[in-house]
Design a protein around this ligand. Structure first.
Ligand SMILES: [Zn+2]
Length: 310
């Protein structure tokens, strides 16, 4: 498969023919499955100055990327990025954002509420950090209509089982609000990444609806085990199975039957716009696993549509 090349560098606009060609390819994929579109649980929208910093990290090929070269395919203005997803037929997406230090989450949540308000396809997203007051602002975000949370254990460099987070996880478990959590040790390990801290969180909050980002790479099998043990644990496909990722963190082939068995708890995620290949490659990477059309329909649309009621 040779569809992983970075998009051309020249600027493109929403009405540009090259967008249209790519959008047609994405639409062909879901139309072929008889779906009404896609639901993508892992897309990033955040305040411009935060996103600029994230992009600078990727450009610097630093710790966040494990030193990998990471050209960002969709480095566009915010409105244009949302429009690209619409053209792709992504019926619902998220605005994954996350703090790297205390005192930031509440402000991010305010921005995300506003973004969801002006972007009807966006599932209102919120985030959290282990700090005094976290329970109160998580509760506020839930009352304000947040439908999904994002937690980033690697960037935040915190223990998800930190005592400060305990009441916040309790609020989210009770409200049955899914939390997309980057807790695997890819692309680079953090002090608290890996399955063990998450296992401690789940032991306390077995009903917490964690969505393990990136299929938990590279600890895929440990996180599959947690999903098999806890019926509310799900996994998102973000960047998994692509040529880019398979080259350094391949999904273990022997675990494919387990992936098939968890078919109703695997959700499409892409990491748009911060991906070093065209969006459609993530879809083709799922298709070539050979788990069949029914599995793909669940993963690319139906599972998340049911979870979020969209
Ligand atoms: Zn991400």
């Amino acid at each position: 498969m040779n569809d992983h090349r970075p998009a051309p560098d020249r600027p493109r606009t929403a009405g540009d023919a090259s967008w249209e060609a790519e959008a047609a390819e994405v639409r062909r994929f879901w139309e072929g499955l008889g779906l009404p579109g896609l639901v993508d649980v892992h897309t990033h929208f955040m305040p411009e100055r935060v996103l600029d910093k994230v992009w600078a990290y990727f450009d610097a090929q630093g710790d966040l990327t494990g030193g990998l070269e990471w050209p960002i395919t969709y480095r566009r203005q915010e409105a244009e990025r949302a429009d690209v997803l619409r053209r792709f037929g992504v019926r619902a997406f998220t605005s994954m954002l996350y703090p790297h230090k205390p005192g930031m989450a509440r402000w991010l949540n305010g921005w995300a509420a506003d973004f969801a308000h002006r972007t009807p396809e966006c599932l209102h997203t919120a985030t959290l950090y282990p700090e005094p007051g976290v329970e109160a602002y998580v509760r506020e975000a839930v009352e304000a209509g947040a439908r999904v949370f994002k937690a980033h254990v690697q960037v935040g460099a915190y223990d998800p089982a930190d005592e400060l987070l305990r009441p916040a996880w309790g609020v989210l478990a009770e409200a049955r609000i899914p939390v997309v959590i980057h807790c695997g040790s890819g692309p680079a390990p953090g002090k608290h990444t890996g399955p063990e801290p998450i296992a401690r969180v789940l032991a306390r909050h077995p009903g917490l609806r964690l969505i393990v980002a990136h299929m938990g790479m590279p600890e895929h099998e440990d996180f599959l085990s947690l999903a098999e043990r806890y019926p509310e644990v799900r996994l998102d496909t973000t960047m998994a199975f692509t040529d880019f990722t398979e080259a350094f963190m391949p999904f273990p082939r022997g675990a494919l039957p387990r992936l098939a068995g968890l078919g109703d708890r695997v959700l499409l995620g892409s990491d748009f716009p911060n991906i070093p290949y065209p969006y459609v490659h993530q879809l083709h990477a799922l298709e070539r696993l050979g788990l069949g059309a029914e599995w793909l329909r669940g993963v690319c649309h139906d599972n998340a549509a049911a979870l979020f009621g969209v």
